[in-house]
Design a protein around this ligand. Structure first.
Ligand code: SF4
Ligand code: SF4
Length: 296
């Protein structure tokens, strides 16, 4: 294991990505939520939106957008934002990361376009039967990719089994997301065995992550990576081009604490790899999609 010097999952040509937290309001209050949620929308949101969109429109290379929050569908200009991004030539994919709380009529009226990917985050604390109907509709009308947030409390085990069955029966694409312990150095939560077994025994084959050692290739599942602590890259070079923009218009390249600046000062996507300074395991690239390598 120690000899492995290079890791890449998926396509080397992964598009630079901007994850824009367009608001910080939400209908839910998940116990593990790390967003600093507020009760009402900030009246400044519409002017910040204009600044961010002006800047992103000028980027002269293709990229992927993620809209998240809070809950992005609550933004007063949500519809305009989606329609504008679809019209941008440089935006190749537009991912909507939503809790799916809005009712069916919202999704029935929602714009449909090949660039759009609806990415519901499924939260066990708010799971209800209405979700199934929405998933069926969305799966028939959009590219759908769910994120199943695995709760660490065994009292949700029956719900977890139910939703895994629904996703499997409907043949819906999904990824498992483990929660981080925000009180314990942001390591992945320690999960009870019963939960690990339910997750391990699910129908869906897990995505495989590729590691390389010289010319040898290793394929590990996400569980194998995390169970064997293969997600530690302190000192490695990392070519992440994942940027986050907050609801006040501040942008940074994830993991580069010195890169935070207001969007009006943003000069474009960096070509320089970072040196990973994360001591307790990679938390910014859950599926290890960005190329990483260890210099000799
Ligand atoms: S749905 Fe997301 S933003 Fe809303 S409370 Fe839950 S984790 Fe936080
Ligand atoms: S923590 Fe950040 S810099 Fe380190 S490997 Fe993960 S994405 Fe790259």
């Amino acid at each position: 294991m120690e000899k492995i010097k290079y890791i890449r999952q998926g396509d080397k040509g992964k598009l630079p990505t901007f994850a824009w937290k367009i608001n910080n309001t939400c209908q839910y209050r998940c116990s593990y939520c790390f967003v600093d949620l507020e009760g009402e929308e900030d009246p400044q949101l519409s002017s910040i939106k204009k600044l961010v969109m002006l800047k992103l429109k000028k980027i002269d290379e293709p990229f992927s957008m993620e809209l998240l929050g809070g809950e992005p569908t609550l933004h007063p200009d949500y519809k305009d934002i989606v329609e504008e991004f679809i019209g941008f030539n440089n935006v190749k994919l537009l991912n909507i990361i939503t809790n799916l709380k809005k009712d069916m009529s919202f999704w029935e009226d929602h714009i449909k376009h090949p660039k759009l990917v609806i990415q519901p985050s499924i939260h066990m604390e708010y799971l209800d039967k209405a979700l199934e109907e929405k998933l069926i509709y969305l799966n028939n009308n959009y590219t759908l990719m769910c994120n199943l947030m695995i709760h660490y409390d065994e009292k949700y085990n029956e719900k977890l089994k139910w939703i895994l069955g629904v996703l499997s029966d409907l043949n819906i694409q999904y990824e498992i997301s483990y929660l981080y312990d925000i009180n314990n150095n942001k390591e992945v939560m320690e999960y009870p065995t019963s939960i690990k077994e339910i997750v391990a025994n699910r129908d869906k084959p897990q995505a495989s992550l590729k590691f390389f050692d010289e010319d040898k290739e290793y394929n590990y599942t996400v569980d194998e990576v995390y169970n064997n602590n293969l997600h530690h890259f302190l000192g490695w070079k990392c070519n992440t081009k994942y940027y986050t923009i907050d609801h006040k218009g501040y942008i940074n390249r994830v993991c580069d604490v010195n890169s935070t600046q207001h969007i009006v000062l943003f000069k474009g996507i960096s070509k320089i790899p970072l040196t990973c300074a994360q001591k307790s395991g990679c938390i910014c690239d859950e599926y290890l999609e960005w190329e990483k390598w260890k210099d000799d």
